[in-house]
Design a protein around this ligand. Sequence first.
Ligand code: HEC
Length: 122
Amino acid sequence: MHIKILVILLFTVSIIPGCYYDSEDNLYPSTACNSTNVSFANDIQPILANACNNCHNSSSTIGAGIVLVGHAAVLPYATSGSLVGSVKHTGSYSAMPKNASKLDDCKIAKLESWVLAGSPNN
Ligand code: HEC
C-alpha cells in the first residue's frame, strides 16, 4: 500500500516539470521583435543614432549632406522611400549603413512599420 502511494507520488512529481515550458517567458521571449506602435523618439532615433548619425549629422562631411537627426530632418527620407529602401537594400537606393553590415531584421521592421504608419512624430 505504501509503495503504491509512493509510486503515484513520484509519477505526479515527475510530470509537473512538463508544464514548465508553458510559462509566458518561453512562449513569448522578451527578445521577440515588437514592431507595432513604433515611436520616433524611443525607437527610430536611437536606431539612427546607433548606426547612421556618425555620418548623417548636421556637421558631418561624410554623410552626403543628409541629416538624420530629429523628426523634421528624417521625414523627407521616410516619405520618399529612400530611408526604408536604403536599409533594406532594395530598389536603386544606396545600401545603408554605408560600408557596414545590414541592420538586424527587427530594426528594419521597426523602421518600415514607422514609415507605413505615416512617419509620426511620436
Ligand atoms: C559611413 C557613413 C554612413 C553611414 C554610417 C550611413 N550612411 Fe547613409 N549615406 C552615406 C553617404 C556617403 C551617402 C550618399 C550616397 C552614397 O555615397 O552611397 C548616403 C546616403 C543615404 C541615403 C540616400 C540614399 C539614396 O539612394 O537616395 C539615405 C536614405 C541614407 N544614407 C540613410 C542612412 C541610414 C538610415 C543609415 C543607418 C542605418 C545610414 N545612412 C548610414 C553615408 C553613410
